[in-house]
Write a protein that binds this ligand. Structure first.
Ligand SMILES: *Cc1c(COP(=O)(O)O)cnc(C)c1O
Length: 406
C-alpha cells in the first residue's frame, strides 16, 4: 500500500465537531460564553491571571506592542529566524525591527548577537531608519519549534537594557522551562515577559482554525489589549446583549477588530483539554526520530533538553551538506517524490525582499542564520501521525542519506 505522509494533518475529534454544531444551534456566533470559557481555561493552563482571546497570534502581538506604547522611530529587537508576523507588527506602529542572529543548535535568538546589534546601532545608524538616534525599547523572543529560550537570560538582558519583552509563543503551548533540574518548572506564559502571545492557527499545537491568545500578568496591559481588540468599545456585544446588559457603549480609542468567534472558541475548549495528551504524542514521535535518525551521519537533529518541556511543534533537522551530494532543495524534492511532506522554518527575515530593500540588511550581518537556513528541513510531526507514516518518513530519510552520501 502506498503511504503518503502530509507535513501536517489537523487532529479534530467528534467533541470538537459537535461543539461547533452546538454553537451554531445556540444562535450566538461571535464572541460570547465560549470565548469567556476558553479564556479562563487557557489562563489557568498557563498560570496567568489575564488571557485575551483574539483571531490570530499576529493580532495578539499587535495588541501587545500597541499596549506597551510602541511609537514610530523606536526600535525592537526581533530574531531574523522567525515568521513574518513577529516583525510586521513592529512595522504596523511605524517602529523598526532590529534583526538579531540565531543560535546554531536551537535556532532561537542569540542574546550575544543582540548585544552586538545594540552596540552597532550606537556607532552606525541603521539604513532606512527615520532617525539618527534610534531608541531600542523592547525585545520579542520566539520559542522556535516549542523549545523555550532561557527566559531568565531574556529577563536579565531586558532588565540590563531597560527593555520590555513580549514572547512570541506561537509554537510553545504547552511548554515549560526551568533553570536547573532542582528548580520548579515555569510554564510558558507564567509571567516572565510583559505579554506572551500564542497561536491557534490550523497547524499549530492546538487549533481553533484561526485564533490566538494574549496572556499577561499586568492588569493595565490586559485592559488596554481587551479594549483595543474590539474597536476600543467600552463594553462588548456579549455584555450589551446578554442578561441585564445595556445596548449603549462608548468608543474609548480607535481600536481593531480582533475578537475570536464562539465557533472557534468551541473548538479551542476541547483542544485545550487534550493539549497535554497531544503534546505527549508529538514527543513520542520526536523521541522516535531522535533514536532512529541518531546514527545517520548526514543529518543533525534538533536539541532536546532535560530542563525544557518541549511542545514539539516542529522537528527541524539540519543537513550536513558537506557530507551530501545534493542540496537542501533537492533533498526536499526527493522527499516529495517519496510522498513525504516537509517544510522549512524559515527563510530568515533578512533574506526577504522587503527587509533587504527597506533596511539593507546583508547576509553577513547574520552569519549563523544565513548558513543554517540552507540546511533546514522540518519533518512531519503531528499528534494524528500513524506509526506506518512515521516509519515511512524515517525509512525515506535514511534511504536518501545512504543514496546521496558523499
Ligand atoms: C504562526 C506564527 C505566528 C502567527 O500566528 P497566527 O495565529 O497565524 O497569526 C507568529 N509567530 C510565529 C513564530 C509563528 O510560527
Amino acid at each position: 500500500m502506498k503511504i503518503q505522509v502530509p507535513f501536517f494533518r489537523a487532529d479534530l475529534n467528534a467533541q470538537e465537531v459537535e461543539e461547533v454544531v452546538a454553537t451554531l444551534r445556540s444562535g450566538w456566533l461571535t464572541s460570547g460564553p465560549r470565548v469567556r470559557s476558553f479564556e479562563q481555561g487557557f489562563a489557568a493552563a498557563v498560570g496567568a491571571p489575564n488571557a485575551i482571546a483574539v483571531n490570530s497570534c499576529t493580532a495578539a502581538l499587535h495588541l501587545a506592542v500597541e499596549a506597551l506604547g510602541l511609537k514610530p522611530g523606536q526600535a525592537v529587537l526581533v530574531p531574523t529566524m522567525t515568521f513574518a508576523a513577529t516583525a510586521e507588527v513592529v512595522r504596523y506602529l511605524g517602529a523598526i525591527p532590529v534583526l538579531v542572529d540565531c543560535e546554531p543548535l536551537t535556532t532561537n535568538m542569540d542574546l550575544n548577537d543582540a548585544v552586538r546589534k545594540l552596540a552597532q546601532l550606537k556607532s552606525e545608524p541603521l539604513p532606512g531608519s527615520l532617525t539618527e538616534d534610534l531608541k531600542v525599547v523592547g525585545i520579542i523572543p520566539v520559542h522556535v519549534g516549542g523549545l523555550m529560550m532561557n527566559i531568565e537570560a531574556v529577563r536579565k538582558f531586558s532588565a540590563a537594557h531597560g527593555l520590555w519583552a513580549i514572547e512570541d509563543a506561537a509554537h510553545a503551548f504547552p511548554a515549560a522551562w526551568r533553570q536547573t533540574s532542582v528548580e520548579p518548572w515555569q510554564r510558558c506564559g507564567e509571567g516572565t515577559a510583559a505579554v506572551t502571545c500564542f497561536s491557534f492557527y490550523a497547524n499549530k499545537t492546538i487549533t481553533t482554525g484561526e485564533g490566538g491568545m494574549a496572556v499577561t500578568h499586568d492588569a493595565d496591559l490586559a485592559e488596554r489589549m481587551r479594549l483595543m481588540s474590539l474597536h476600543g468599545l467600552s463594553n462588548d456585544a456579549w455584555e450589551r446583549y446578554s442578561g441585564g446588559g445595556s445596548w449603549d457603549y462608548r468608543i474609548m480609542a480607535p481600536g481593531y477588530k480582533y475578537n475570536l468567534t464562539d465557533i472557534a472558541a468551541g473548538i479551542g475548549i476541547h483542544q485545550l483539554a487534550r493539549a497535554d495528551q497531544m503534546r505527549r504524542r508529538r514527543e513520542d514521535i520526536a523521541l522516535r526520530y531522535l533514536e532512529e535518525l541518531g546514527g545517520v551521519e548526514e543529518v543533525e537533529l534538533p536539541a532536546n533538553d532535560v530542563n525544557r518541556i518541549h511542545s514539539w511543534h516542529l522537528f527541524p533537522i539540519r543537513l550536513r551538506l558537506e557530507r551530501l551530494l545534493i542540496n537542501r532543495n533537492e533533498f526536499i524534492e526527493k522527499l516529495k517524490q517519496s510522498d513525504v511532506g516537509c517544510s522549512v522554518h524559515w527563510r530568515p527575515l533578512h533574506l526577504h525582499p522587503y527587509y533587504q530593500e527597506t533596511f539593507h540588511w546583508r547576509p553577513e550581518d547574520f552569519p549563523v542564520a544565513t548558513a543554517l537556513w540552507e540546511r533546514l528541513i522540518s519533518l512531519p510531526i503531528f499528534p494524528g501521525m500513524r506509526d506506518n507514516e512515521l516509519e515511512h518518513v524515517i525509512h525515506t530519510v535514511r534511504g536518501l542519506c545512504a543514496q546521496y552520501a558523499r
